[in-house]
Design a protein around this ligand. Structure first.
Ligand SMILES: Cc1cc2nc3c(=O)[nH]c(=O)nc-3n(C[C@H](O)[C@H](O)[C@H](O)COP(=O)(O)OP(=O)(O)OC[C@H]3O[C@@H](n4cnc5c(N)ncnc54)[C@H](O)[C@@H]3O)c2cc1C
Length: 387
């Protein structure tokens, strides 16, 4: 076994760190008050758009996509390291410098579209000119996704889709959606659910659903939405299989984001524990504080190697479903625990919007539920043990 990060990835990380310092940090300082106030006003949006544009120009944003569609063919491990470093920088705008794990960016899932549609749908995402959304969840089908009711039927050369999605990130802004619909009610997950690309003109965004996080999903309503027959991702009936092909890498990116956020929380809390005194000595000299931080360090190292191993397994051409579920479960749960402990070390400042941890805790709380809640991962893990 060789646990060394390849030299070219070490160099890539260094140039990404320089990019964050040069391009993102100064912008972040100008919009920090609006970010802390949670207003995400025009100035923050403009700064985020600038970060994304510059990251596209420098080749970081969608580096994990193949060169044939404008990416760099970067490995899963390489992209996971960039996602980790963006999160560990503590810069809120850094999240716009890399596409994953955000569902609005280019998903490799779209490589399963017919090639003549890549220029229309995939390339503008890779260039950062458009955004998408991923529309699977419905009011009566969340964890049990195969219970979706949205229905697609053939009408001549077209598909006609009717249904109601909810909790869809970016449904109110996306240029197009990947929509999952039932094409064969008898088969459902076993060959009866299809993924379609649906242009923005064909759906209505419903109610915006305000969450504890900084991004708020919306309903997505399809009433006789019409798409051409070739707007199918992968094969008709095999929508879940198409999504599964890229699920493992997606879990590596979520894990990497959790890892980076936990690193940011810990480094901030360690500094604070050294600088802040109480009862005549630095906080970090009290075992009640230092043990919390030591426990966090141990968990972060476990997260790191689980995540890197998953990325390595994907790059090695394996189909590490079990490892992916373990990473989704362990990293989201442990990163949340680390953030919570570190917040405690900050005392009152930990609860302030302008403090380093409050927004991280809220974001990590969401990650324990979305894209397969922790219990669903435990279900997958249990099944591998014959339970
Ligand atoms: C901020 C946000 C953004 C989102 N973005 C998107 C998006 O872009 N696209 C999209 O399609 N969806 C999105 N979702 C939906 C998200 O993926 C679902 O909320 C998630 O899958 C859980 O589904 P549910 O909310 O219906 O909960 P339910 O499925 O009702 O589950 C409720 C609870 O029961 C538990 N549970 C369910 N089944 C079992 C079981 N068999 N054993 C033990 N426990 C179980 C769950 O783990 C959970 O804790 C988003 C949600 C949020 C909140």
């Amino acid at each position: 076994m060789d646990f060394t990060i390849p030299e070219e990835l070490v160099a890539l990380r260094a140039s990404f760190a320089a990019f964050l310092d040069r391009e993102v940090r100064p912008l972040e300082e100008t919009v920090a008050p609006s970010i802390h106030a949670g207003t995400f006003d025009d100035a923050v949006r403009a700064a985020a758009a600038t970060v994304k544009r510059r990251a596209c120009e420098e080749g970081f944003y969608a580096a994990h996509l193949p060169e044939s569609v404008g990416g760099s063919g970067l490995s899963t491990l390489g992209m996971a390291l960039l996602v980790e470093d963006a999160a560990a920088s503590g810069l809120r705008l850094a999240t716009y410098a890399v596409a994953p794990p955000n569902p609005e960016g280019p998903s490799p899932l779209l490589l399963d579209l017919p090639e003549h549609l890549w220029d229309t749908y995939l390339v503008p995402l890779v260039k950062g000119e458009q955004t998408m959304c991923f529309a699977l969840t419905e009011p009566e089908a969340g964890s049990d996704a195969q219970a979706i009711k949205t229905r697609a039927t053939r009408d001549g050369d077209d598909w006609v889709i009717t249904g109601r999605k909810h909790y869809i990130t970016n449904a109110d802004r996306a240029d197009f959606a990947v929509v999952f619909a039932v094409t064969d009610p008898e088969k459902r997950a076993a060959g009866g659910i299809t993924a379609f690309v649906v242009p923005r003109s064909q759906w209505t965004p419903g109610k915006r659903q305000l969450t504890i996080g900084d991004s708020h999903p919306s309903e997505l309503i399809l009433e006789d939405a019409r798409v051409p027959g070739d707007h199918v991702v992968g094969e008709v009936g095999l929508g879940f299989f198409a999504a599964m092909r890229f699920l493992n890498a997606g879990r590596a990116y979520i894990g990497a984001q959790c890892l980076g956020l936990a690193e940011w929380c810990l480094s901030s809390a360690v500094e604070h524990a050294k600088a802040r005194t109480a009862f005549g000595k630095p906080l970090g000299k009290f075992q009640g504080v230092s043990f919390k931080l030591a426990e966090s360090k141990a968990e972060i190292e476990a997260m790191r190697w689980l995540t890197y191993h998953l990325a390595w397994a994907v790059d090695a051409g394996q189909e590490p479903m079990l490892d992916a579920s373990i990473v989704k479960y362990y990293d989201t749960e442990r990163a949340y625990a680390v953030a919570d402990r570190c917040l405690q070390v900050f005392g009152g400042m930990g609860l302030l919007k302008e403090g380093p941890i409050e927004h991280v805790l809220r974001h990590l709380r969401i990650l324990r539920v979305v894209e397969g809640a922790s219990e669903v991962q435990l279900l997958v893990i249990s099944k591998t043990m014959g339970l």
